[in-house]
Each structure stands twice: as structure tokens, then as C-alpha cells.
Design a protein around this ligand. Structure first.
Ligand code: ADP
Length: 332
């Protein structure tokens, strides 16, 4: 292996830049040539290959987003699109790819290797943290801290006005971010797709809190709850609004909604995400050099591990019921 490519794909996540930096610098250290590819899989088709040197990744470890930019690429969903990508990758003299992205990007990477025999090593990066065989994905820790910071601010105004706030957190199918941030932020109720709460449960808890003198209430809801997001993204309506209306009617108190939205993807990556991204990015290069096939780098119990993409996709981390129960107990 003499030349490798690196790209970021799918939803962006803070820490992707630290991973790109580690791929480029570890690759060069290991005597490889490293080509950056802009705009994810789309770039493999549109030929956005460019040589990267150590200086190309200077001054990016602390920046959110991705300097290689990212994209969603429909062409890559078809075998013909992946064949075109493989032809261009070969023409560019690239012997293996590091793909930094979420589960969708990993599915694309796996097919590229299976169908076209292009070696791929994936680095899991998604604020949803919904990939198996790694304790954490790049971006999750930063996003969690961003949510907590926002809830701290909402809490100040909620207390002053004695209001209920429904806060919608990102997470289409999984509620990891909502659960972790909800526990850390001391939310009264956590509503996630894996275990939606009934309106009666939520209101009973609110009334119990007000009786004992609580001045504010924060309900954290994952965006995927109740909405058929995957099937009809354009028509998706936030469940948070109907939930707030129902709560307001039932408990007779003013209820406001905050959709945290894309601010959860932004910001400087946390120390944890920078370290995770640096370790996994460098590891992915080593995995390609070791001749691993269809592989993903991960961190389990603080140790670097590698696993097949297939297993990582098949074994999504299970909901932590103990944390959910604890969040409930602590906010009673
Ligand atoms: P993420 O990687 O953040 O989960 P997406 O699910 O949007 O983001 O996937 C990013 C890109 O990966 C898609 O635009 C597409 O090019 C590719 N991709 C996703 N799913 C598949 C699939 N099943 N087969 C082939 N390529 C896929």
C-alpha cells in the first residue's frame, strides 16, 4: 500500500477534523501518500482528490465541522455509482480508503469493498452514537456538552418564569444523546424512541414536582419520538410541539418548546472527542497497512479495538436501562 485516501461522509460531527489530521499525519509518518477527498462519496465520483501534506491539517484539531466537507451522495446507493467511484479511486492510484462517518457511510464503505475490492477502514463519527463495537463515536461527547450547556441556560429562564420547557434533542432512531444529556442536565422526564413515556406519566411527575415546590421543569425529547422521520423526512413534524400542547392542557401551566437543532453538531470538539478521533484516525491507517478488510476502528474500555463493519452495524449498543431508571429516580 503506497497511497491512501481519506474522506468524511454523512452527518458532520465535531472531532472529524482531529481524525483527518491523525490519518494524514500517521499516514505520512508510515511513508504513505495521503489524498484528501472533498464532499464524501460524492467526491470519489466527482474526482475531488488532492494531495495532503502535514501542513494541510495544521490548525484544525480544535475546529468543529470538517475541512474536507461532507455530503450525502445518492449515486453511491447504486452498484453503478460505486463502480464509477472505484474506477476513479483506482485511476487516482489510491490503494485504500479511510472513511470517517456514521452508519450510512459505513454501509456504503462495506459495499465498496465487497463489490469493488477497494480496502476500507472506517472511523465511527456520529453524534447519535448508534454504532456497535465501540463505546463512543466521534462527536457524541461534544454534542452532549452542547446540549447540557443549552439546557443550563434554558433552566435559568424556566426557573424565573416557573415554566415547563420541552427540549428536542437530535436522534432520529436512537435516544443515546437525549438519555446521556438528560441525566447530566437533570431533566424531569426523558422521552426517547426506545422507551416513549405516556403523557400521563410525564404530567404525573410534573405535578409531583410542582407540589414539592419545583420552580422549573425540563422534558427532554429525542427528535425521532413519534415521527416517521426515516420514511418521510420532509413532512416530519416535531413531536415536541404536540407534547407541549398536551402538557399545557393537562397541568394548566405555560409550556415552551426549544428545538436545539443543528447547533448540536457545531462547536469546538471536547478533549475526549479530540483524543478519540486522533486515536481512531491513526488506528484506521494502521489497519489498512495491516491488510485488514472491511474494518472499523473502535474504542472499548479505553482500548483501541478493530472489528468488521458488518458486526459494528449489526450490534448497535443497547439502551442503558440503569441510566434511564437513575435519571427518573434523581429527578423525583
Ligand atoms: P451517516 O454516515 O452520518 O449515517 P447517511 O446515512 O446520510 O449518513 O449516509 C451517508 C452516505 O453514505 C449516503 O449519502 C450514501 O452516499 C452512503 N450510504 C448510506 N447508506 C448506504 C447504503 N445502504 N448503501 C450504499 N451507500 C450508502
Amino acid at each position: 500500500m503506497k497511497r491512501i485516501g481519506v474522506l468524511t461522509s454523512g452527518g458532520d460531527a465535531p472531532g472529524m477534523n482531529a481524525a483527518i489530521r491523525a490519518v494524514v499525519r500517521n499516514g505520512i509518518y508510515k511513508k504513505l501518500e495521503v489524498m484528501g477527498i472533498r464532499h464524501g462519496f460524492l467526491g470519489t465520483i466527482k474526482n475531488t482528490y488532492h494531495k495532503m501534506v502535514r501542513g494541510s491539517v495544521a490548525d484544525i484539531i480544535h475546529r468543529g465541522g470538517t475541512v474536507l466537507q461532507t455530503a450525502r451522495c445518492d449515486e453511491f446507493l447504486s452498484p453503478a455509482g460505486r463502480a464509477q467511484a472505484a474506477e476513479n479511486i483506482r485511476k487516482a492510484g489510491i490503494d485504500g480508503l479511510v472513511i470517517i462517518g456514521g452508519d450510512g457511510s459505513m454501509r456504503g464503505a462495506q459495499l465498496l469493498e465487497q463489490e469493488q475490492d477497494i480496502p476500507v477502514a472506517c472511523v465511527p463519527a456520529t453524534i447519535d452514537n448508534d454504532v456497535g463495537r465501540t463505546d463512543f463515536c466521534i462527536g457524541f461527547d461534544t454534542a452532549m456538552n452542547t446540549v447540557i450547556d443549552a439546557v443550563n441556560k434554558i433552566r435559568d429562564t424556566a426557573t424565573s418564569h416557573e415554566r415547563i420547557f420541552v427540549v428536542e434533542v437530535m436522534g432520529r432512531q436512537r435516544g443515546f444523546l437525549t438519555l446521556h444529556a438528560g441525566l447530566a442536565a437533570g431533566a424531569e422526564s426523558i422521552v426517547i424512541p426506545e422507551r416513549p413515556l405516556s403523557i400521563d406519566d410525564i404530567c404525573k411527575k410534573l405535578e409531583h414536582g410542582f407540589k414539592r415546590g419545583k420552580k422549573h421543569s425540563i422534558i427532554m425529547v429525542a427528535e425521532g419520538v413519534g415521527g416517521d422521520f426515516q420514511v418521510n423526512r420532509d413532512l416530519y413534524q416535531s413531536k415536541a410541539f404536540s407534547l407541549a400542547e398536551d402538557i399545557s392542557r393537562q397541568v394548566g401551566r405555560e409550556t415552551r418548546v426549544i428545538i436545539l437543532g443543528h447547533l448540536q453538531r457545531g462547536g469546538n470538539p471536547s478533549a475526549r472527542d479530540r483524543i478519540l478521533a486522533s486515536r481512531m484516525g491513526a488506528h484506521a491507517v494502521d489497519l489498512l497497512l495491516a491488510g485488514e478488510k472491511s474494518v472499523m476502528s473502535g474504542v472499548v474500555h479505553e482500548q483501541l479495538v478493530h472489528t468488521s463493519i458488518e458486526l459494528a452495524l449489526a450490534e448497535e449498543p443497547a439502551l442503558n436501562k440503569e441510566m434511564l431508571e437513575l435519571a427518573h429516580i434523581l429527578s423525583l
